[in-house]
Design a protein around this ligand. Structure first.
Ligand code: GUN
Ligand code: ZN
Length: 431
């Protein structure tokens, strides 16, 4: 049995903070111990009391840094690591001009493997310990993704996209191929180690009704697999979708009528929603995912977080690289704060950090495994330095509370603020 005791300032959330004064929603220790055995958190609390219970264990001291559960990214595209920062267009042109040509390269096994290594390096460097990823249409890309996740022992979710129209021929499967390859990938990877498979019809525009039917069959045959797709990101996309599915009441109804909405469904963007769509989200328990840097970058629109929350809908938050402009969940929270500001809504730093950790784990139904530093959960941990740059250090001279420190990290932080990352209790080389 491998045992280690980590010492630092510890912050973990039990539930979503109602506001900045909701001190019962989290646990914070100035001098904490976290005891890890075989990758699982066995104990935590004031350092001296943990040490007294495990006196022989080796101690790693990370003070004065701040430790919390690793970040969780609930929507990211693995084949887009070389698409990020592509100039000048909104969603449909951006897909056709940059993204689809790039994704054709993932038919090649060695390219997929090289990009998988680069992708996971970026996640870890930015403090992200779990993510939900779209792979390309090629089975090779999903194999490379899961092989690399397995090698690094990361809890990762992902799936090959299903897309059989409105894309270059090299990026199209057929309904039968998409079904067969998804089945093969599920049997190879789902539930193996820390991997989870996500059934991934890319979006309504790139799937025929026949393929949606196959996606429904996959969803019914695998209720424990997550489902992911895109919803109402861009007005031209919505108009095109309605033209392709004229019988649907609205965009969401395309997915709903094929039985794709349930409480382990993730719907990227969900910006321009009609009242019926909001009702359907609330009824089915499906989760919108807010992608602020992407929504700014593509000029897509403003995600109405509070309106959805008020209906009891649980939203995820995510980078959406490569339309998203940073792998950093800190930068994602920064831009998320601004999107909400533009709508007169607030995002307190306690709520922000809960969202990127425990909140996203709850959205994924994985709160018993990741997202907190609770005893019995997997030891995926990030160590944050709130004075990582000289500008941050200057600002920190005037910070007087934990909330102020968190806000400095949220607004000014990025990969430079990540001091260390542990995956299943194993320290990674960061930077
Ligand atoms: N809609 C369908 N595919 C994509 C994608 O790759 N990125 C974004 N932002 N939206 C999409
Ligand atoms: Zn996306």
């Amino acid at each position: 049995m491998t045992k280690k005791l980590l010492r630092w300032r510890l912050l973990t959330f039990h539930r979503a903070p109602q506001d900045g004064s909701d001190t019962d929603s989290y646990c914070y220790h100035e001098d904490a111990g976290l005891l890890i055995c075989d990758g699982i958190i066995k104990d935590s609390g004031p350092f001296d009391s943990i040490l007294a219970k495990a006196p022989d264990v080796s101690v790693t001291d990370h003070r004065p840094y701040l430790m919390m559960a690793g970040f969780i990214d609930t929507h990211i595209h693995f084949p887009q690591v070389q698409v990020i920062a592509s100039w000048g267009s909104q969603l449909l042109d951006w897909l056709n001009n940059y993204t689809f040509p790039e994704e054709t390269r993932f038919a090649c096994e060695s390219h997929s493997e090289r990009m998988a290594q680069a992708f996971f390096d970026q996640l870890i460097a930015h403090g992200t310990t779990s993510a939900v990823a779209y792979c390309s249409v090629h089975k090779t890309s999903a194999d490379a993704f899961f092989s690399e996740a397995t090698r690094r022992n990361m809890r990762m979710l992902g799936g090959k996209v299903l897309m059989d129209r409105d894309a270059p021929a090299e990026l199209r499967d057929t309904p039968q191929e998409g079904y067969d390859e998804t089945k093969a990938l599920i049997s190879e990877w789902h539930g193996k180690g820390r991997n989870g498979y996500v059934i991934s019809p890319r979006f309504a525009i790139t799937s025929t009704p026949e393929q949606m039917q196959m996606a429904m069959a996959l969803a019914n045959e695998h209720p424990d697999c997550h489902i992911q797709t895109h919803l109402s990101e861009n007005k031209d996309e919505i108009a095109f979708t309605k033209a392709l599915y004229p019988q649907a009441q609205d965009y969401l109804d395309v997915y709903q009528s094929y039985g794709l909405l349930r409480n382990n469904t993730l719907l990227g963007h969900a910006i321009h929603l009609e009242p019926r769509e909001i009702d359907a989200l609330a009824d089915t328990g499906a989760h919108p995912v807010f992608c602020p840097t992407s929504n700014f970058f593509l000029g897509s629109g403003l995600f109405n977080h509070h309106k959805l929350n008020a209906r009891g809908i649980l939203n995820g938050i995510a980078t959406d690289v490569g339309a998203g402009t940073s792998y950093s969940m800190l930068q994602t929270l920064n831009e998320g704060y601004k999107v909400l500001q533009l709508q007169g809504q607030s995002l307190h730093p306690l709520q922000a950090f809960d969202w990127a950790t425990r909140g996203n784990a709850q959205v994924l139904g994985l709160e018993d495994k990741i997202g907190t530093l609770a005893v019995g959960t997997e030891a995926d941990v990030v160590i944050l330095n709130s004075s990582a740059t000289s500008a941050m250090a200057l600002r920190m001279e005037r910070a007087e509370s934990l909330a102020e420190e968190l806000f400095v990290l949220q607004i000014m932080g990025d990969d430079r603020a990540i001091e260390e990352v542990y995956l299943s209790g194993v320290a990674q080389k960061v930077g």
